[in-house]
Design a protein. Structure first.
Length: 241
């Protein structure tokens, strides 16, 4: 079956803007609802967030969601109702499984520097499980060598952190100009350009904030035109399967 690929441009994303937050949404989120853009595969949320110094998200609830946070610049402070407290910075993968219900806050405690991060949500295989939290640092040299599995629930495919979804895995890379990687072959694939500019074989050029959504991904080649950072979801099912 021939792969279907669709480029979604950064400028077409909906945006939530407040004095302390700019959040760019790849999918429907909050007050921004588009019935034709609710998810891709198992990925429901891909928010590109910038939070101003000494501000952030106050304590709020989540339930039955796998929430993965990847910081691009600055540092984010996480606290939750299970007593977890963590600092998330570039190269540290974080996963919060909301399960039966959890309260948490996400703050930028720096008095001077903003924090820029991508937050992604997928549904778990089982609902109403005990909430949990995990974080793990990934060596920058690994990320520069090619795609690294940041998070995975796929049997036999280990990630730095685990997901409670057996059909989803998140990979990441920081590519130098001219460096190339092969994208995974998968029924559903979502590529997000966190920074930089790249070319996807047979598809075209992607810039910062752009995304590529593939169905029946055929493992096409990705080449960086400038220093770039990418996040790639490999998914073996879609919602409703």
């Amino acid at each position: 079956m021939r792969a279907k690929a669709e480029i979604r441009r950064a400028a077409d994303r909906s945006v939530t803007s407040t004095p302390w937050l700019k959040s760019r949404h790849s999918f429907s989120f909050g007050d921004h609802y588009d019935p034709d853009n609710t998810h891709h595969g198992l990925l429901l949320v891909n928010n590109d967030d910038s939070v101003e110094p000494a501000s952030g998200f106050d304590t709020h609830p989540h339930r039955d969601m796998e929430i993965i946070t990847w910081v691009l610049r600055g540092e984010l402070t996480h606290e939750d109702s299970m007593g977890n407290r963590g600092f998330v910075y570039p190269g540290l993968a974080q996963r919060m499984s909301a399960g039966s219900g959890i309260l948490h806050s996400e703050k930028n405690d720096s008095p001077t520097e903003p924090v820029h991060f991508v937050q992604m949500w997928v549904i778990p295989d089982q609902t109403d499980v005990t909430p949990s939290y995990q974080q793990q640092e990934i060596d920058d040299r690994q990320l520069r060598d090619g795609l690294v599995t940041i998070a995975s629930g796929v049997p036999g495919q280990d990630g730095a952190i685990t997901l409670q979804n057996r059909n989803a895995a998140l990979h990441g890379a920081r590519l130098r100009p001219g460096a190339a990687v092969d994208l995974p072959s998968a029924p559903y694939l979502h590529l997000f350009v966190a920074r930089g500019r790249l070319t996807v074989e047979g598809t075209g050029e992607l810039g910062e904030g752009d995304a590529l959504r593939c169905v029946d991904s055929d493992g096409r080649r990705l080449t960086a035109a400038e220093p770039s950072e990418v996040l790639v979801w490999e998914m073996r099912a879609t919602l409703g399967d």
